[in-house]
Design a protein around this ligand. Structure first.
Ligand code: ATP
Ligand code: MG
Length: 140
């Protein structure tokens, strides 16, 4: 397996409950390195652009409203097989279906306010990292 980068977002439900450090500890103890990180307040246009792939879904308007309801922490995670590894650490989208020990099982409030985002392929990871970070900001 190759060393990869993936884009992670700690979502507003988690920043509101002061869980950034506990979530980061799960990434680090699972062998992922946080090689870029910033906290920001997304605008509506930015949230719509980031989740454009979901624009036709019935939950899109609610998802955008949730993603701008408070600050997020955008991160680049690095490690062997980082994209799939991060998805495993996150757990299923719906926390009721997430494996015990995953971030979503531990912290998510519901299927929408589910604490973290993670890229789902090499292609989306590259696009999503470029959405938030310049190369200069990623320090491995
Ligand atoms: P993410 O892309 O945030 O990492 P994911 O890949 O597990 O999550 P997606 O299907 O890409 O799930 O959905 C994107 C996000 O939209 C979910 O993380 C969640 O916040 C929200 N979402 C997904 N399905 C629903 C739903 N049925 N109702 C409400 N919100 C939903
Ligand atoms: Mg997704």
């Amino acid at each position: 397996m190759a060393r990869q980068h993936t884009l992670s977002i700690i979502k507003p439900d988690a920043t509101r409950r002061n869980l950034t450090g506990q979530i980061n500890a799960k990434f680090e103890s699972a062998g992922l390195r946080i090689v870029a990180q910033k906290r920001l307040q997304l605008t509506q246009a930015q949230a719509e652009a980031f989740y454009a792939v979901h624009s036709a879904r019935p939950f899109f308007a609610g998802l955008v409203a949730f993603m701008i309801s408070g600050p997020v922490v955008a991160q680049v995670l690095e490690g062997e097989d980082a994209i799939a590894r991060n998805r495993a650490i996150m757990g299923a989208t719906d926390p009721k279906k997430a494996e015990p020990g995953t971030i979503r099982a531990a912290f998510a409030e519901d299927i929408e306010a589910n604490s973290v985002h993670g890229s789902d392929s090499v292609e989306t990871a590259a696009a999503e990292i470029a959405f938030f970070f310049s190369g200069l900001e990623i320090v491995g």
